[in-house]
Ligand binder design. Structure first.
Ligand code: HEM
Length: 392
């Protein structure tokens, strides 16, 4: 008879939050399918398994009624739906992410924002790019793409954080939900006030294309999916930018090569492989199944750890190391299967094609004066939460 996966009672959430990579490396070699007690989930740390789960939504569902996301978002978002219900809502937003729209509408706007935000950085000073640039840049671009540019950068960042923390509030505490409620109220009130404008002057923004579609999805779902994009579209490009900057600034010979060849997109790709901004995702098991000889029972929740898959020895050599010029930069940082990140191309181009070269163009001799001052955090989401850089 097939046995359940081994249980690990030693791993703590604090350890995962501070530095999960040594834990993932051990799990990949000793227990690649492992029930981690502190997380209440079965961790899958090998690339083939994380891909298998995301590619098989009939067996591994996104529609998990036990997560706090519904409560935090006041709705069941597309991220937590399967099959046709998911596809219909994803397609409703898709025109805003069409390649032509990205190239003709969004990238010129991102370019302008990047120039403006980089030009106001103080030369010759040490500044924390996390606090002063990365989140704000992502927030401004996203506000335009979604059709809600009336929101300030601070509003967008607060709403994003409030929704994420609400969705991750597995302890069902009041405070995170109350903060998420305030974000919901503010977002709904802004969207209500913008409806007329988008209806009378239709445009390619996500809100406008959903409102003015021939057969629109219900308004509640339009709002829900704008909120999922707010929750999913700020911290990840922010973390990808900060992580890639860290990788380049701590590897000066690679940085020189990247500058010489203009390989910024390559650097971005390696940055998100090295530290996946969304490190883990959950799926609900619909039928008894087996992974690597372990029984995965119906009703269990598996966690695909893409941060670990990206360093899996079976697909990446020397995966713990940041190396822009590796020839095996395989990663799953944008997910797999039907929920593959809808903002992939926007994020790649906004960060890799626009922001990285803009920053190094203005501050070619940037450096990190105190490596210990860079602080990394996060298990589900991960990146530097403080990255002081000398701008020269
Ligand atoms: C480097 C930046 C980014 C990373 C690493 C990232 C990562 C991901 C991942 C891993 C998922 C799938 C989650 C799952 O399978 O459960 C996802 C979904 C999603 N992302 Fe991103 N994302 C990024 C940027 C963005 C941006 C800029 C936007 C919006 C403009 C966005 C919008 C979305 C949406 C709407 C979904 C849900 C798709 C669906 O469920 O069908 N993302 N993202």
């Amino acid at each position: 008879m097939t046995e359940l996966a081994p249980v690990d009672e030693a791993i703590t959430l604090d350890q995962l939050n501070l530095d999960p990579f040594p834990i993932y490396r051990r799990l990949r070699s000793e227990a690649p399918v492992c029930r981690v007690k502190a997380a209440g989930r079965t961790f899958l740390t090998k690339a083939a398994d994380t891909k298998h789960v995301k590619d098989n939504p009939e067996l591994f569902s996104s529609d998990d009624p036990n997560t706090p996301m519904k409560r935090a978002f006041w709705a069941h978002t597309l991220m937590r739906k399967d099959g046709k219900a998911h596809l219909t809502e994803r397609m409703a937003m898709a025109p805003a992410f069409a390649p032509k729209v990205i190239t003709n509408e969004w990238m010129p706007r991102y370019q302008k924002i990047a120039e403006e935000y980089v030009s106001r950085l103080p030369r010759g000073e040490v500044v924390d790019l996390f606090a002063i640039l990365s989140g704000a840049y992502a927030a401004r671009g996203l506000a335009i793409l979604l059709g809600m540019e009336e929101a300030s950068d601070e509003d967008m960042m607060e709403w994003s954080q409030a929704l994420i923390e609400g969705a991750g509030n597995f302890g069902w505490r009041d405070e995170p939900f109350e903060r998420a409620d305030r974000a919901n109220e503010a977002i709904h009130s802004l969207l209500d006030s913008l409806q007329d404008r988008h209806r009378t002057s239709p445009n390619p923004s996500a809100f406008s294309v959903m409102l003015t579609a021939d057969d629109p999805i219900p308004e509640k779902q339009i709002y829900a999916n704008i909120k999922i994009a707010i929750g999913g579209g700020i911290n990840e490009p922010r973390d990808a930018l900060n992580t890639t900057l860290y990788g380049l600034l701590t590897n000066p010979e690679q940085l020189e090569e990247v500058k010489k060849n203009g390989d910024w997109m390559k650097a971005f790709e390696e940055g998100v492989r090295w530290v996946a901004p969304i490190s883990a995702s959950s799926r609900l098991v619909k039928e008894d199944t087996e992974i690597r000889g372990c029984l995965i029972p119906k009703g269990d929740t598996v966690m695909t750890i893409q941060a670990s898959a990206n360093r899996d020895e079976d697909v990446v050599s020397n995966g713990e190391v940041f190396d822009v010029y590796r020839d095996d930069c395989h990663h799953q940082s944008f997910g797999n299967g039907p929920h593959f990140c809808q903002g992939t191309h926007v994020a790649r181009r906004a960060v890799g094609q626009i922001m990285l070269p803009a920053l190094f163009d203005r501050f070619p001799n940037m450096s990190i004066p105190d490596i210990d001052a860079v602080l990394w955090r996060g298990f589900g989401f991960r990146g530097p939460i403080q990255i002081p850089v000398l701008l020269e």
